[in-house]
Design a protein around this ligand. Structure first.
Ligand SMILES: [Zn+2]
Length: 450
């Protein structure tokens, strides 16, 4: 059995999550607007002047070199299975180079997609009637990320903008292609040079799936599962959070508040993803024994139980996120806060959490999401129509745009009270989303002021 484990693992992981879109909560921006309007450090902060990334990089090149080097030392000492940054990718200050060359060097040292836009924009709050000069989606989002229906308003260099809008907009940004194609088997020009190894799980040919290991964190599975599938340890949302939090503090300290808030928002995205149980658990609702069992069957040629489990996993994951997203959008449309908005702004939870720490994404955020996974999965199964969550012949990912989830679930859910129970389970996750987001912002901003 033990000797077969790695090969079983290969079966598990070329298939696991292959069909899962891995966007986690949609609308990080809209949720973050609600969360941080309850935090005066952001909501009441003075407007800041928008600054092109190239200007920040040029002005603070030497400090950026030091900060990125420290980030690598931190990652090598603290993260499991961390592939060291290839020496050729290190960011080394060079005042003589062009802005374009410097920005490319910065992206390489972060090991993000080299076509990342970092445009100057905000995503307006759907609760407000904000007008402005609309940017085409392609100016903000890279192809393949699947983001199509967001509104982006252009910012001009020097234009004053509220920190709340900067942070909330940036909290959605890592889903715009930043983490696509950074693996040696990725079909991007830069995958090979990043030194990240092959895609840990999922199908390298599905462009959007390649961001998953940066947006999921499997830290709390049974040990036997890591033995069977050691690549499950290769998830790196902690790296991204740490990189952007460190850059945020540098930007604040060196007098670039726009980038202080922008990097803060980018850092928040990764902790917010980990409040999603389907991002902190390999297969919610399935025991380790069952996962190993159906993968052994697949290995023996009996593929069907495995294939069906993967489709159902993906369908439930997408349905839970679509339900949350539809509720948020509906509340904004009718301008009436529901259970989700109340939970996002519930500052009572802030005081119940342990003090924020460097390891919080692993020890607190994902641990609580992992613990909540069975209950959320049960609530999804109980409330949503069988077609969407119990039929392996239906692929939610393919039909997502045709599903009107709020209409299908109806006012009650599949059985009386089941919709309310699902809303309560999602609201509990949203309360963590809110409380941990505020804790991380306080940590980033508080350390700068000290
Ligand atoms: Zn994400």
């Amino acid at each position: 059995m033990r000797r077969n484990l790695p090969r079983i693992a290969a079966v598990i992981l070329t298939l696991t999550l292959a069909t899962t879109a891995a966007r986690a909560w949609s609308d990080h921006g809209m949720a973050t607007y609600r969360v941080l309007s309850a935090l005066p450090e952001v909501a009441a902060a003075a407007p800041v002047a928008a600054e092109p990334l190239a200007d920040f990089l040029r002005a603070e090149e030497a400090q950026i070199e030091a900060t990125l080097a420290q980030t690598q030392t931190w990652a090598a000492g603290r993260l499991e299975a961390y592939p060291p940054l290839p020496a050729a990718l290190r960011f080394v200050a060079d005042p003589a180079r062009s802005d374009g060359a410097r920005q490319l060097a910065f992206l390489r040292a972060l090991r993000v997609a080299l076509d990342a836009r970092f445009a100057l924009y905000v995503q307006p709050d759907r609760w407000l009637d904000v007008q402005g000069s609309e940017l085409p989606v392609a100016a903000v989002v890279t192809p393949g990320s699947g983001v199509l229906d967001h509104r982006f308003l252009a910012l001009q260099p020097g234009e004053q903008v509220a920190p709340l809008a900067v942070v909330a907009s940036a909290a959605d940004e890592p889903d715009y292609g930043l983490d696509i194609g950074i693996w040696t088997d990725s079909r991007t020009p830069w995958g090979k040079e990043m030194g990240m190894g092959p895609l840990p799980f999922g199908n390298p040919a599905l462009v959007f799936a390649t961001q998953a290991p940066m947006h999921m964190g499997f830290y709390h599975e049974d040990r036997i599962l890591y033995l069977a599938a050691p690549q499950l340890r290769r998830t790196y949302p902690q790296l991204r959070h740490h990189q952007f939090a460190a850059l945020a503090q540098l930007a604040f300290r060196s007098g670039h508040p726009y980038w202080g808030w922008r990097f803060t928002g980018l850092a928040l995205h990764y902790l917010q993803d980990l409040t999603q149980p389907y991002h902190a658990t390999v297969m919610p609702g399935a025991s380790t024994l069952r996962m190993l069992g159906i993968s052994v069957l697949a290995k023996l040629g009996m593929q069907r139980p495995w294939d069906e489990a993967i489709v159902l996993l993906s369908n439930r994951h997408l349905a839970a996120e679509a339900f949350q997203s539809d509720l948020i959008r509906e509340a904004a449309r009718v301008r009436r806060a529901g259970a989700i908005e109340t939970a996002l702004q519930d500052v009572r939870r802030d005081g119940t959490l342990p003090a924020w720490s460097d390891d919080a994404l692993r020890t607190q955020v994902s641990a609580r999401a992992h613990a909540a996974a069975p209950a959320l999965n049960d609530a999804v199964l109980a409330a949503l129509p069988d077609r969407l969550v119990l039929d392996p012949g239906f692929d939610y990912g393919v039909h997502e745009r045709e599903v009107d989830l709020l209409r299908e679930i109806g006012p009650q859910g599949k059985t009386p009270g089941s919709r309310a129970a699902l809303e309560a389970a999602i609201a509990d996750r949203m309360a963590d989303f809110g409380a941990f987001t505020r804790a991380a912002v306080r940590a980033i901003v508080g350390e700068v002021r000290r």
